[in-house]
Design a protein around this ligand. Structure first.
Ligand code: 13P
Length: 341
């Protein structure tokens, strides 16, 4: 393990003006995303779509890294270039999702734990040999009556720490993702207290497992009211609550927080990221690792037809540029209408 190079990777991933494109949808999740734009998911369709994403001109200007799914890591562009190599040519760092998804936590109805630790050491070695420089593992925490339980938080934090230690052993920078879902009608206070408990459990376990925090990134949820909660909350309040929670639980040794979008609209995710960055300086970079909030407009523009590649590229360039502005706290809603500026 070379801590210096893993730390350098973490720092490059949260370089000023840049963030991560999460394109690591599992095959079933990708089938849902494609179905939403009327496209049937096949291996060659998924390959073609991801080639369009990764061949976007100037991708590396605002995108520092891309998280891939296992299948994509092994696929090639139409000219035979391996897709991770296509990213490197764009100045973008390839990373890999290594968790095996969630399963019901036995004895705890309504709660899940992420699987995938068995055999992980050898999978991480293989991913490193295929060119991955960082990894991601996602834990999922729901808010409901009496949920999450302390046991669920502990089981997920333990798995995240085992993963992170194994990733560092293999020389891959671990992204640690404890996602508190926005499903439900809970309020901002409840999201704040659950997020705080989840983060405390995670950093307790990371310490016990001797994970070197400088060579990690945190991928958290923003502190938001549940999506069925009736009263709106301003972006500034969301940013303040999110930073307040992080300051209670995330050590300053962590180079950056790369927020997930989690079902927020593209504009909301960007606008709230900008509000977060207006609260700088903080101990960590405040960046993004968006899946849906970067890809939704690209999928709509492409809609399964490669003749729409230029429109798909323009859609990704546009969102990447606006999130790049948000990294400086400089996003304005009017920028949504400025194309290719
Ligand atoms: P969203 O930004 O769509 O939540 O996806 C990010 C991600 O990688 C979730 O694991």
């Amino acid at each position: 393990m070379n801590i210096d190079s893993m730390t350098a990777t973490a720092e490059q991933l949260v370089a000023p003006g840049k963030g991560i494109l999460a394109a690591d949808e599992s095959t079933p999740t990708m089938a849902k995303r494609l179905a939403a734009v009327g496209v049937t998911s096949t291996e060659s369709v998924r390959r073609g779509y991801r080639e369009i994403l990764f061949s976007t001109p100037g991708l590396g200007e605002h995108i520092s890294g891309v998280i891939l799914f296992d299948e994509t890591m092994r696929q090639q562009a139409s000219d035979g270039t391996p897709l991770p190599e296509l990213l490197r040519q764009q100045g973008v760092i390839p990373g890999i999702k290594v968790d095996g998804g969630t399963k019901l936590l036995a004895g705890f109805p309504d709660e899940v734990v992420t699987e995938g630790l068995d055999g992980l050491r050898s999978r991480l070695e293989e991913y490193a040999s295929l060119g991955a420089r960082f990894a991601k593992w996602r834990a999922v925490i729901r808010i409901k009556d009496g949920v999450p339980s302390a046991t669920c938080l502990e089981a997920n934090a333990h798995a995240l720490a085992r993963y992170a230690a194994l990733a560092q052993e293999a020389g891959l920078t671990p992204i640690v993702e404890p996602e508190v879902l926005m499903d439900g009608a809970h309020d901002l206070d409840e999201c704040a207290s659950v997020t705080l408990a989840a983060l405390r459990a995670v950093y307790d376990q990371l310490a016990r497992h001797r994970v070197v925090l400088e060579a990690t990134l945190l991928k958290p949820n923003m502190v938001l009211p549940g999506q069925d909660h009736p009263s709106p909350v301003s972006d500034d309040e969301i940013a303040q609550r999110t930073v307040a929670v992080a300051r209670q639980a995330v050590p300053a040794a962590v180079p950056g927080l790369v927020f997930l979008s989690g079902g927020q609209s593209d504009e909301q995710a960007t606008s709230r990221l900008s509000a977060l960055n207006r609260l700088a300086p903080q101990p960590w970079e405040l960046s993004f690792s968006f899946g849906r909030a970067l890809q939704a407009p690209v999928l709509r523009a492409w809609a399964g037809d490669d003749a729409n590649a230029a429109a798909a590229h323009a859609a990704l360039q546009h969102r990447a540029r606006l999130n790049g502005a948000a990294r400086r706290g400089a996003y304005r809603p009017e920028m949504e209408d400025e194309r290719d500026g």
